[in-house]
Design a protein around this ligand. Structure first.
Ligand SMILES: Nc1ncnc2c1ncn2[C@@H]1O[C@H](COP(=O)(O)OP(=O)(O)OP(=O)(O)O)[C@@H](O)[C@H]1O
Length: 332
């Protein structure tokens, strides 16, 4: 057993004078191997700055980044920055040859010293990422989602130990995105690859990540397992990032039967149940939002509006009177 951290940011800082938020405040972090770590946070919270520092794309003002104990140098410190064991994929995929085939765009990154191994490795990655049916297509003829797959295949073919993803699924439509996410998860499981990704999408990080890092104004606010952070967020900011929750003042919470001394009460839409009401004390269904396998109902009472989930147990229509029962809530 070794005590050397896998990928480590040690008191790393990057301040952009004049910017608000200003970048990244002193940050200590260890990324564990063989896992998917997702960095989430509001726009400008420092997600890309942290990812770029880990990769060596920018130099820290102070502090150091280490990969297995080796310094990861930034561009101001070394002519060729970064570390050979790390690859990064962003939304830009312009370093590919648009008029060459998918297969060739991947194979070109491998040395010609062993042609058979080059072919074997390219085939392997095409299979791993479900790309066999597009291998003969030119990049110019691919959809945005398919190009993104090629970008990831190109990053993985040289067998890096760490793959950094900077919002790589942004331009990919929902069905494509899910397939790509699952394939990356499979590669992580099968090969022990380590993934660090930046994302805006709560559904994506909750289903994909093993670890979550929550950034706010250039600081790590929380760090932990997605399920724990979802169920028990320490901060209101995290609850708001990860869920489409109801945030009430303690005064408003009284209408839901909740007495709290804290400033805010948070109720997730699936923590509340509604039933038909035949009494005077009721909420009114104001809006019904169809979400596929469930509905979200906006209910109102005394100018307080609340979103609750209805998994089609009961059919409601706008104007119906309902009783509300809150099973769980958080206080901040
Ligand atoms: N090269 C730069 N020069 C000046 N300011 C910068 C630079 N890069 C980032 N910043 C500023 O640093 C802060 C953090 O930016 P960063 O891009 O890391 O945030 P982010 O969380 O990735 O944002 P987004 O989700 O919008 O991409 C922001 O205020 C941003 O304007």
């Amino acid at each position: 057993m070794t005590d050397i951290p896998f990928l480590q940011a040690s008191a790393v800082t990057k301040i952009y004078p004049g910017a608000q938020p200003a970048g990244l405040k002193p940050t200590n972090l260890v990324i564990e191997p063989g896992k998917i770590t997702a960095i989430i946070g509001a726009s400008g919270s420092g997600k890309s700055t942290l990812l770029h520092l880990l990769f060596g794309l920018i130099s820290p003002d102070s502090g150091k980044v280490y990969f297995k104990g080796d310094r990861v140098w930034g561009p101001e410190e070394k002519l060729i920055p970064g570390h050979d064991a790390m690859k990064m994929v962003t939304q830009q995929t312009d370093d590919m040859n648009l008029f060459a085939k998918v297969y060739d765009n991947i194979a070109i990154l491998l040395p010609n010293t062993d042609i058979e191994a080059k072919h074997r490795k390219t085939e392997e990655i095409l299979l791993q990422l479900n790309m066999k049916r597009i291998e003969k297509k030119r990049i110019a003829d691919l959809s945005g989602g398919e190009r993104q797959r090629v970008a990831i295949a190109r990053a993985l073919v040289t067998q890096p130990e760490v793959l950094l993803l900077d919002e790589p699924f942004n331009q990919v439509d929902a069905s494509f995105r899910e397939g790509l996410q699952q394939d990356i998860r499979k590669v992580v499981k099968e090969t022990g690859l380590t993934v660090v990704m930046v994302s805006h999408d709560p559904a994506e990080v909750l289903s994909m990540a093993d670890e979550l890092i929550v950034l706010k104004d250039g600081e790590i606010l929380e760090h932990g397992h997605p399920k724990t952070l979802y169920q028990e967020p320490k901060c209101l900011y995290t609850a708001r990032l990860l869920t489409n929750c109801n945030v009430l003042s303690n005064g408003e919470a009284k209408a839901c039967g909740i007495i709290s001394e804290k400033e805010n009460v948070v109720i997730y839409p699936d923590w509340a149940t509604i039933t038909p009401s035949y009494t005077e004390q009721h909420w009114l269904v104001k809006q019904i939002l169809f979400k596929g396998f469930y509905e979200e109902l906006v209910i109102e009472r005394d100018n307080i509006s609340l979103r609750v989930m209805n998994a089609h147990a009961e059919k409601y229509k706008e104007g119906d009177a309902v009783q509300l029962k809150v099973r769980r809530y958080l206080e901040y």
